[in-house]
Design a protein around this ligand. Structure first.
Ligand code: C5P
Length: 381
């Protein structure tokens, strides 16, 4: 623990209740008072945990920005690559990503249990199989995420990609609303205002280019309405599922990796149902892994990594900061696309990459104005 952190420890924390140092002032006036060793150790441990949590918070947010940005770019590259044969099925990619996520979480629990297979087995039994009610709690966010994936699919089929992305930014506000109502978070006027500015700003960075506006005119008003309703519902489900997961993580004792295994378990079941419903025939004809190539595997691994990092961000930071990180990665991937790939108007997405992963560029001045947004947000938080 850093020396300055130790030095900041308030005296009253180090005194066990009802204990007064011999000859000392009961109000702690004696600066030479020595804390009881047990209490001092506990306070030092608490301080160390706090520093560690702060480090993990920024580390997980940084990795989320990296992961989201790489996923956007890899996905964009994979979409522009011409390949022979059938394209991979996004429904199977969802399942593979969930399974990879579960395997990674099991490895992390194994590491936490000092690399003992027996301990791992006991933890999985005690925490997952023997606590069916706790495990069942995760069926709710998992089911909502599955519904959300499907809603976003409906949205993408009825709206052009850019309108979809712009509208989906509303989830920044719904997440804040659920954080306030379900977790009793307090947000000041400036913080609300900064969220509105962030939402509007990110939406503007992705505002449809002229060619995309033309595309959207080809969609009927009725179909646009269906798409809009789907994406608006997804905004609420995203906010609710994220905050519900945060509530479970922060209000119960189970580790974030155990919680992720439970989430992934239900995610795989719902995902397999999706494979059966949407692509059952294609899978029985061409196989589960049809169209998979090296790039598909990279995208799937990045997606699984995303699940791990999102869980860590929700645990060590919160859903609102997660929104900041994904907004930052939208700006970052736009920046890389603009200067490096010079290609930033993809028009369709695999279902499982439905999130914040598209950005089309309209004004070169967006960079300057993203910077303004960052400054406003930084001031408010
Ligand atoms: O758009 P939104 O931020 O709500 O998307 C969250 C995505 O992250 C969902 O697709 C969900 O399946 C995924 N997720 C995950 N593991 C978690 C939490 C969310 O894979 N622990």
């Amino acid at each position: 623990m850093p020396a300055e952190a130790r030095g900041r420890e308030p005296l009253h924390l180090t005194l066990p209740p009802g204990t007064h140092p011999a000859g000392g002032n009961a109000r702690g006036g004696d600066a030479t008072v020595k804390p009881a060793p047990g209490a001092a150790r506990r306070a030092a441990q608490a301080n160390e945990d706090k520093t560690m949590s702060a480090n993990l918070k920024y580390l997980s947010l940084g990795i989320l920005v990296f992961q989201t940005t790489s996923l956007v770019l890899t996905m964009r590259y994979s979409r522009t690559l011409k390949e022979e044969g059938p394209r991979y099925l996004s429904s199977t990619a969802v399942v593979v990503a969930e399974l990879l996520k579960i395997m990674a979480c099991i490895l992390l629990v194994y590491k936490d249990s000092k690399c003992s297979l027996r301990a791992l087995n006991r933890i999985l039994h005690d925490e997952i199989l023997n606590k069916p009610m706790e495990t069942l709690k995760l069926a709710i966010p998992s089911g909502i995420y599955t519904l959300q994936n499907n809603l976003l699919y409906v949205a993408l089929s009825n709206l052009d990609a850019a309108t979809y992305q712009v509208t989906y930014q509303l989830k920044i506000l719904t997440t804040a609303l659920f954080s306030v109502s379900m977790l009793s978070k307090k947000l000041g006027v400036y913080q609300w205002l900064s969220l509105v500015i962030l939402m509007t700003g990110v939406a503007f960075v992705q505002w449809p280019s002229d060619s995309q506006e033309l595309d959207s005119k080809e969609l009927s008003a009725g179909s646009q309405f269906v798409g809009l309703m789907a994406v608006l519902t997804a905004c609420f489900s995203s906010g609710f599922a994220g905050v519900y997961f945060e509530k479970i993580l922060k209000e119960t004792k189970q580790s974030v990796w155990i919680r992720n295994i439970q989430l992934g378990f239900f995610g795989s079941i719902f995902g397999l149902m999706g494979v059966y419903i949407y692509d059952g025939e294609l899978v029985s004809k061409n196989g589960f892994f049809q169209g998979y190539n090296r790039l598909t595997w990279i995208v799937v691994i990045l997606q699984a990594l995303g699940g791990l990092v999102i869980a860590a961000v929700i645990k060590y930071a919160d859903n609102i900061l997660k929104g900041f990180a994904t907004s930052l990665s939208i700006i970052l991937s736009t920046l890389i696309s603009y200067f490096w790939l010079q290609d930033f108007v993809p028009t369709s997405y695999p279902l499982f990459l439905e999130n914040d992963f598209n950005c089309s560029l309209r004004f070169p001045s967006w960079l300057e104005y993203s910077w303004e947004i960052a400054l406003i947000v930084e001031d408010a938080w």
